[in-house]
Design a protein around this ligand. Structure first.
Ligand code: AMP
Ligand code: MN
Ligand code: MN
Ligand code: MN
Length: 301
């Protein structure tokens, strides 16, 4: 599989205002994991939002890529699709997400890692289902599987089931009361996942020719000291870039992330982490990289 190079999207490289018009989004989800849109509908939405370069980064799967690419070719849509994935990893009791960008989706090592992660997800889903059954929600596993269909099963599917059936008032409450973990506090249906390590994820992404990006560093609920430790570990594991921009981040947070990039010689990535249409964020919105950031796509020579 031929990977993209920066010459495939010269606009972003030559015209810095390419960034400021939200033309690139390197983190989003489809119904191949816990997003609600099909890859085709996501591409249509990206067209409406005038996005030039898009990466679909579903949880532990690359299934959406070919579907989206076929659609782009069939409809002659002027979007450069970057292959991607968001891999769940375990580090010091935290779940850290590593995004792989511009990867060969057919790479054997990548396919093997995906199989392991999917197996771990299935086992965890069964255990979550058992715990929820004890809480009185007997069909939760069955209903979550049905919701996930042939896509990756995630806790978001369980949260949606609990929400749709009126057991909790919001998806967030499902995490707060049943599925989540806060510090050492685990909720009633929390199951410790068995993910690969950060090192393994980075190694496989590199084996597949891609760039390894630490997803949403601000979302791990880490103190400044622990976040620095995580970034140091990521760098030692040969990680390439930090996601310095998410739509919800304020300028101060973006600057802090940029400072980590500069201090540890890491590239910068940007993405919406779009899952479904909502009023707070959308594809390609508010994703300008701060001045001085070296974009992750500068690696794609
Ligand atoms: P999993 O990878 O199976 O642990 O599922 C994690 C997914 O659930 C994340 O990618 C989010 O989309 C969603 N999620 C995680 N925490 C929350 C939360 N507190 N509220 C709503 N959605 C969440
Ligand atoms: Mn998700
Ligand atoms: Mn994530
Ligand atoms: Mn994500």
């Amino acid at each position: 599989m031929a990977l993209l190079s920066t010459t495939d999207f010269p606009l972003l490289i030559e015209k810095n205002d390419g960034f400021s018009h939200g033309r690139i989004d390197l983190h989003c989800h489809t119904h191949c994991s816990d997003g609600t849109l099909s890859p085709q509908t996501l591409i249509d939405r990206a067209v409406n939002y005038q996005i030039d370069v898009l990466a679909i980064t579903d949880h532990d799967t690359v299934e959406g890529f070919d579907i989206a690419l076929d659609y782009i070719v069939e409809k002659n849509i002027p979007i450069k699709l970057v292959s991607g994935i968001e891999i769940s990893t375990a580090w010091q009791g935290f779940e850290i997400h590593i995004v792989g960008l511009n990867i060969d989706i057919n790479n054997l090592a990548l396919q093997q890692l995906i199989s392991c992660q999917q197996e771990a997800r299935e086992q965890r889903a069964v255990s979550i289902g058992e715990k929820l059954a004890k809480c009185g929600f007997e069909d939760a596993y069955h209903d979550a599987k049905k919701l996930a269909g042939s896509g990756t099963i995630t806790r978001a599917h369980f949260a949606k089931v609990l929400y749709q059936q009126g057991h909790v008032g919001t998806m967030q409450k499902a995490f707060d009361e049943y599925l989540g973990k806060k510090g050492r506090n685990t909720q009633k249906a929390y199951v410790k996942p068995v993910w690969c390590s950060i090192e393994q994820a980075v190694e496989v992404i590199h084996a597949a020719g891609g760039s390894a990006v630490m997803a949403h560093p601000i979302r791990y609920d880490l103190s400044a000291k622990w976040l620095r430790r995580l970034i140091v570990y990521f760098k030692e594991s040969q990680g390439d870039a930090l996601e310095v921009v998410l739509p919800q981040m304020n300028p101060q947070q973006r600057q802090t992330m940029l400072n980590y990039c500069l201090e540890y010689d890491l590239h910068a990535s940007t993405g919406s982490d779009f899952h479904h249409p909502n009023k707070w964020s959308d594809l390609g919105r508010n994703l300008i990289l701060p001045d001085g950031a070296i974009p992750v796509w500068a690696m794609w020579k």
